[in-house]
Design a protein around this ligand. Sequence first.
Ligand code: SF4
Length: 382
Amino acid sequence: MVELLGKSKEELRAFCVEMGEPAYRGGQIYHALYAERKFDFARMSNLPLALRERLAKEARVTLPEVKQRFASSDGSVRYLFGLSAGEEKRSSTEDTEKNQKRSDGQRIPASVEAVFMPSEGRQTICISTQAGCAVDCHFCLTAQLGLIRNLTAGEILAQALLPLEEHKAELAPAFEAQGKQTNIVLMGQGEPLLNFEPVMEALRILLDPEGVGITPKHATLSTSGIVPGIERLAQEKVRPKLAVSLNASNDEQRDALMPINRKYPLKTLMEACKNYPLRPWEHLTFEYVMLGGVNDSTDDARRVVRLLAALKRVKVNLIPWNPGELPYRESSAEQIEEFRRILNDKGVPAFVRYSRGRDVMAACGQLALLEIGPQSSASRVS
Ligand code: SF4
């Protein structure tokens, strides 16, 4: 059985030719799968009946199982998806210690999360790119899982397709009519740039007007600062906007919070950001989680201004910390406002962004941890 979810139009065309069908049938399957979200061959009414019957015998569309849904009082829905066992692929960009623990070719089942967040006139879907993560940011619960495995393009896509399909009745006027009202953010579990090819394969379909139809202006990839990945993304013809998870104002602080900084220190990261080719409409976004007493002082704010001084068209999102199991505390509202004011006064646009779905544990990784427990790290599963 050939898996079709995640295949590009060219791959579906080639698949049809191999079956002895005209290549254009591949384009029709592509449209049915991604633009119409028809996952059952019997519902692909743009195909002849005989082909639908043949596809049912020779191909499949594997959707993740929705293991749990958590509805927040603010309208967000948090999904815990169960994924079938998949072939482990080592990251093509990086070989971190935790990735190497996973390079034994085992087939590993996994759970990942996506969050659907409706708001006035638009909806945002936050999706995961890896099960667990090897990057080990100390403020992140996903880090406690270690890297379980990379997701396939189909598994990444399904996290957007399933919530869109599930919410289509309420979203139909906004999404179906205009096709540009959905935001996709790659900010769930995992470091997208350490699973580069499958992430790009999924994005090319998400951002294709004949595929899912999200516009590049409405898709954001967030990285912890994997410099070779940023340089590689810069070469891509179709790419989302880029956000860099900064979270510190100097190397000492960032080394302590995000050990990846020892490999790509701020000078190297800022150089890569400076060279990143922004499109005329684009800003480079820096995410900054405000950790009380750690990175939220007025001196930190001034250092962030100096760090970003050489960059054009940047903005900073200040994210108040979600108190939970990790040993950090929230910054006060006054501290956050003062930080924001210093950045704005120095010409760095800064915004405070509260994470949605706080009552259903909005920090990435929390649902998976709830399910399998923080001790189920990479080394335990392997
Ligand atoms: Fe990985 Fe992102 Fe968590 Fe860092 S913040 S450990 S990159 S999932």
